[in-house]
Design a protein around this ligand. Structure first.
Ligand SMILES: [Zn+2]
Length: 662
């Protein structure tokens, strides 16, 4: 469903077929998806198709000449509509929802009518031309045309796989044809206009869907055109060095992760060893030096990169970007939602390329922390940026969480999620499509093997050795660490089931029909046998762990964060006495946690209570420094809640990292 790597020569596995995966139960992922289908996707559709709110759909009608009017919204809004249409495709295929099917049919017609004969479709430029402007395609990189194209291609491939229809696929094929022409005649335009390059993924997926080698050739050409600009380029757009020579995660984090995902897609088809070497190095740089414990990507609102380079001409401005190694501030973390979703896309492709569980570990990190925190418990409000700490009266005027292009908020304003963001609505439809596609991140397959990546109640159907097989998983993960996976084959068949051993877990036990599985490869328990009616049991210890960071990470010096399984916890004002700020709280190293089942917005989650410490007030508000207050800490009962659910009880303080008391 997500990526069809079934014929990719260098892929270990491919995605499960459309309609073959279900999530059931009341786990956080099940609740997130259920609410996504009931609230998130339908609500967002009405916004996108209501011209009094958003011109996402209306822009296509205007571009087609079907209605009078002007373009409204950011230049990347076409792509944001495509992302939502992808979510709607997955949901409509599953539920038969008629309103969504209607939106999908209408939009395909409108996009077709707006598309030029040469395949180009970008409502802002086409409308400008209709109104007599001299605007030309691909003349301004911040028009985001190729970003839009890429999302149309991905939508088209998912839609074709899910429905068997060609309505969107034909649009995408024409767009790719346009890119092939431009790559021949004016390659410099594609070298320049490649902001947030979702089109590398899109073109490769189009190749997989159509088997037309011209699209794979185009993908290779686009990647060659991306980098190697030297001082003409910037780390912000990852184009200083050729893509094969890049070794670190730099610059705008959405652009970066989309680029890396596209590079991985190309490597899956070609086995390009230089690309794989680059990706492996960049990945190591990210997960060992630049990734937040929540799965947040992109520490900086604005900055310079590379910082303190030996060559004074090298530093360039970056924004919404990865910082230097270990530069991970909490309160001012940017962490655009799309960047963490881009990390999932990249990790998914690295997983297919290598079969290594460490990539599924990072998908899990985002699924249980960054992703659910992007969306409110109401299913229809969103964060654009995702800090790990929020404090009152911060004098640094952070751009508003919901609307990064708006003027600065007053210092005392604490961020809350927003329903619709006028200047930029890129993250919410990205969240919607990931929620729609959640079941497909649980498993992968090839002709003989099945991978179990995530522990979620539900069901999948596949074939092993050509024999139909049903796999049913029953678990309360992450509340409890036990998972029961029942494999039912129509007839005895030989094959391999691989069950992920989470990298954070110690002493995971996997058995099949009561017999311990000893063979572990690439982080998966490997069960190679004949299958008929078999039961796999997975026992993962769900210890609550105090976690510390590398000493280079100055922002968390002498602090801990609390994890239970993959779930990151935080403290919020709503659970503290009114006169206590998060800075006064300390966690004794010897703390004993009591687990409580969550209720209301925390239903399906475990809450943690314990006796922490309240530190004496340290520094008066109007001073930068003061002599240490030697008074002893006092006991304070606290409650920690999953970061996934923060910010659902009104404005207030929040912190993932807390001081450690030894
Ligand atoms: Zn975004």
């Amino acid at each position: 469903m997500l990526t069809d790597t079934s014929a990719s020569p260098y892929a270990q596995m491919t995605s499960m077929a459309p309609g073959s995966c279900r999530i059931t139960g009341a786990s956080p992922l099940a609740v997130l998806r259920d609410r996504g289908l009931r609230v998130t996707i339908p609500t967002m559709g009405r916004i996108m198709f209501d011209p009094s709110v958003a011109h996402a759909y209306q822009n296509f009608l205007v571009a087609a000449g079907d209605v009078p009017g002007k373009h409204d919204g950011p230049p990347f809004m076409d792509g944001d509509l495509y992302k939502w249409l992808e979510a709607a495709t997955v949901m409509a295929t599953e539920t038969g929802d008629e309103e969504l099917s209607g939106f999908l049919a209408e939009a395909a017609v409108a996009i077709r009518r707006a598309q030029r004969p040469d395949g180009y479709v970008h409502t802002r430029t086409i409308i400008a031309q209709r109104q007599g402007s001299e605007a030309r395609p691909l003349e301004r990189r911040l028009d985001f045309e190729t970003y839009n194209f890429g999302h149309l291609m991905t939508l088209a491939c998912v839609h074709h796989r899910a429905t068997g229809e060609d309505a969107y696929l034909q649009l995408a094929i024409r767009v790719a044809g346009y890119l092939i022409d431009v790559a021949k005649e004016h390659p410099e335009l594609l070298s320049d206009c490649n902001i947030c390059p979702s089109h590398y993924m899109g073109v490769v997926e189009l190749y997989r869907t159509t088997s037309d080698p011209a699209f794979l050739e185009l993908a290779g050409r686009l990647l060659d055109l991306h980098g190697g600009k030297g001082y003409e380029g910037s780390d912000d757009n990852q184009d200083v060095r050729p893509v094969r020579e890049q070794r670190q995660a730099v610059g705008h984090s959405v652009r970066a992760n989309y680029l890396y995902a596209g590079m991985a897609d190309y490597a899956l088809e070609t086995g390009d060893e230089e690309l794989v070497a680059a990706l492996t190095s960049i990945w190591e740089d990210l997960v060992t030096r630049k990734l937040y414990v929540t799965g947040g990507c992109g520490a900086l609102y604005d900055g310079a990169s590379p910082d303190a380079a030996q060559d004074h001409r090298a530093p360039t401005r970056v924004h919404q970007a990865y910082g230097r190694a270990y530069q991970l501030p909490n309160t001012t973390a940017y962490n655009e939602s799309c960047a963490s979703l881009g990390l999932i896309m990249w990790a998914w492709r690295m997983l297919a390329l290598t079969g290594e569980a460490r990539y599924a570990d990072e998908i899990e990190r985002v699924l249980y922390n960054a992703l659910p925190a992007m969306i409110g418990a109401d299913g229809k409000t969103y964060f654009y940026t995702n800090p790990l700490r929020q404090v009152r009266d911060l004098p640094i005027p952070l751009r508003r969480a919901g609307n990064p292009l708006d003027s600065v908020p007053p210092p005392s304003q604490e961020r809350v999620r927003q329903e619709y963001m006028t200047a930029c609505f890129c993250c919410p439809p990205n969240v919607a499509r990931f929620i729609a596609e959640l079941p497909y991140y649980t498993y992968s397959r090839n002709d003989t093997d099945l991978w179990v990546h995530q522990f979620v109640s539900g069901r999948t159907t596949t074939t092993v050795g050509g024999v139909p097989v049903v796999v049913e998983q029953e678990t309360e993960f992450p509340v409890a660490g036990q998972s029961i996976i029942r494999v039912s084959a129509d007839a005895p068949t030989r094959g391999v089931v691989r069950v992920r051993i989470p990298g954070w877990a110690d002493q995971t036990v996997v058995t099949v029909d009561g017999v311990a599985v000893e063979r572990i490869e690439k982080g998966y328990a490997v069960i190679d046998q004949e299958w008929r009616q078999n039961t796999i049991r997975v026992e993962i210890p769900m210890r609550t762990r105090l976690t510390v960071a590398h000493h280079f990470l100055e922002e968390t010096t002498n602090q801990v964060c609390v994890l239970r399984g993959p779930v990151v916890y935080c403290v919020e004002s709503a659970d503290l006495p009114a006169d206590i700020g998060v800075e006064s709280l300390a966690i004794p190293a010897s703390i004993t946690w009591t687990e409580e089942p969550g209720t209301d917005i925390f239903t399906g989650h475990v809450l943690l209570t314990g006796t922490a410490a309240r530190l004496p007030d340290q520094v008066p508000a109007d001073q930068l420094y003061a002599e240490l207050n030697q008074a002893d800490p006092t006991a304070l009962d606290i409650r920690l809640v999953p970061y996934a659910r923060w910010g659902n009880r009104g404005p207030g303080e929040m912190s993932v990292w807390l001081q450690l008391l030894r």
